[in-house]
Ligand binder design. Structure first.
Ligand code: ADP
Ligand code: MG
Length: 214
């Protein structure tokens, strides 16, 4: 199998040199292979969120290397930028980051930032909302804040999918959802994976990961 993301001796120290210094990651070697559904499990505070924020260059290593497609993601500004587009990161409680006046604008934010033409933005927003099974005709012009919690999370998720990433990294994506919404969401992730996306999922649930991940 071919590696898509790799870390080599990755360390991350928060508040280095202060009395609050905290080594969250120490010499972590990690590989995600192309097409894999990789599960990450561990107790609270073990460094899961810290690790995955390194996979798309959101955090910079204190030491060590992160590679995407074999190249150091910090080798140049352009390389870091490209990695952020291609590795889609879905935060814990991503709905907290919704901000736009309409569902459409929220999902369109990333593609517009890429400088894509309006018709391509349109196509991506439509496709992303369709993948998360939200009806653009019904919801596109609504405020995200009028939606249910489960729908809001789908909107936030659609915003990541609209970037058309090659790898999807999810931090406890079903935390706080009711059982029905949970199953629907996990199903959706399984379908995206079946469609060819590499998935890295952090979860508290040994059951979910045992069932779903490779
Ligand atoms: P997990 O996601 O597995 O619960 P985290 O990566 O959030 O773990 O945290 C790993 C360690 O780093 C914990 O001890 C946590 O308190 C600490 N930590 C996380 N984020 C920060 C931060 N922004 N500043 C300082 N310490 C942090
Ligand atoms: Mg976490």
């Amino acid at each position: 199998m071919e590696a898509i993301i790799q870390t080599e001796k990755l360390s991350h120290v928060y508040s280095a040199g202060t009395p609050f210094e905290r080594g969250a990651l120490i010499d972590v070697d990690f590989t995600a292979y192309r097409g894999e559904y990789l599960g990450i499990i561990g107790h609270t505070g073990s460094g899961k969120s810290t690790l995955i924020q390194h996979l798309n260059g959101l955090l910079k290593p204190t030491s060590g290397v992160v590679r995407f497609d074999g190249r150091d993601i910090w080798e140049s500004k352009e390389r870091t930028r490209q990695t952020r587009f291609q590795v889609g990161l879905v935060f814990q409680y991503p709905e907290y980051q919704l901000f736009a006046a309409t569902v459409y604008d929220d999902v369109a934010f990333g593609p517009r930032n890429l400088g894509l033409p309006a018709d391509e933005v349109d196509r991506r927003v439509e496709a992303a909302l369709e993948s998360v099974r939200l009806d653009i005709a019904e919801l596109g012009d609504k405020s995200p804040f009028e939606l249910s919690g489960g729908q809001q999370r789908r909107v936030a998720f659609a915003g990541v999918l609209a970037m058309e990433p090659r790898v999807l990294v999810l931090d406890e994506p079903v935390a706080g959802l009711d059982p029905v919404a949970r199953e629907e969401f996990l199903d959706l992730i399984a379908q995206l994976h079946a469609g060819g996306l590499t998935v890295v999922m952090v979860s508290h649930s040994m059951d979910d990961l045992a069932r779903l991940s490779d």
